[in-house]
Design a binder for this molecule. Sequence first.
Ligand SMILES: Cc1ncc(COP(=O)(O)O)c(C=O)c1O
Length: 387
Amino acid sequence: MPVLSNRTADFTDSVIRRMTRISNEYHAVNLSQGFPDFEPPEEITNRLSEVAKEGPHQYALTWGAKNFRDALAKKQEHFSGMKIDPEKEIVVTCGSTEAMMAAMMSVCNPGDKVVVFSPFYENYGADAILSGAEPVYVPLNPPEFGFDADVLEDAVKKKGVKALILCNPSNPCGKVFTREELSVIAKFAIRYDIFVITDEVYEHILYKPYEHVYIATLPEMRERTIICSSLSKTYSITGWRLGYVIAAPDIIDRVKKVHDFLTVGAAAPLMEAAVVGLQFDDAYYHRLQEKYTHMKELFVGGLKEIGLSFTEPQGAYYVLVDIREFGYDDDEAFCIDLAKKVGVGAVPGSSFFRESVNHLIRFHFAKQDATLKEALERLEGIYRLKK
Ligand SMILES: Cc1ncc(COP(=O)(O)O)c(C=O)c1O
């Protein structure tokens, strides 16, 4: 038999999806894979019913339907103050997942390096491998998840570094980068002439007093920032696979071509239906923030009562819990026991870190009250796992 590609030989199956399978096997409340268990806004699903009858049902323009890009440009301008040309500066993709891959492929030559903060969202490793780039990791140090500017500069100035990936707000650690931190990153990006590829899928999921700053809006950053984001989390439509890249025209010109060959385009009827979401007024985003604040307070408040230690999330919908008191030296074994003996699914933190960190597990809390309460009730039995 011929041999399969070397490039993909080291891919492991996703730890998150593996933990979902284990959760299902033991009928655990699955707080491992990050998707909401509540419905998207009615306006969007009602519009989808109309679109089912009216169309469009054929290919849209490869870089996205015009009305979708127009609405997105307006929304992005409203929240970031950036003026965006919807013809030249946007590509609509199949989720932020494709946006990141298209951005990496547009930027990297085989052998280039990409700086990634660790802990990191697991796709970045695969994005780097598929685009031929080598990741250079910079630690975000638990429990506060700050970074050392000297370590960052040493990484950015390495020969062959082409880009830095910035996940803000961050999955898995819930960090929201401050303007000061972003200014440090921007300073090095400019000094060492690299791109910043952002993953801003949680841009609207923030807990007071934290605020999202788009690094693209910092001085001299617009031309070197490639914004990747999506509608998955903001409108609770992770299955619709609608994302986008926003960048300067010369970059977008290249991303358009990569995207065309990767997927041709995002789903035309779903783009059409999602336009109403992009046109929501500020009240929607306030309600979204209130809803997530409620879920966060319910869940982390419960963790506190149980007596667990964790880092308070500033944004996104995950919390990293410290399991050192349980006496395990393997966080994956802990998560399997947690699903099996306590009945709650979590993700071993080591799957997000480059460094050897195995004392953290990640729960996600984008769930209905009843699901979170059931999980908390079960977690009251977590000390059974103590060795
Ligand atoms: C940081 C981060 N980026 C991207 C994604 C995937 O986004 P999309 O559904 O837009 O592909 C996720 C999903 O969990 C995520 O947590």
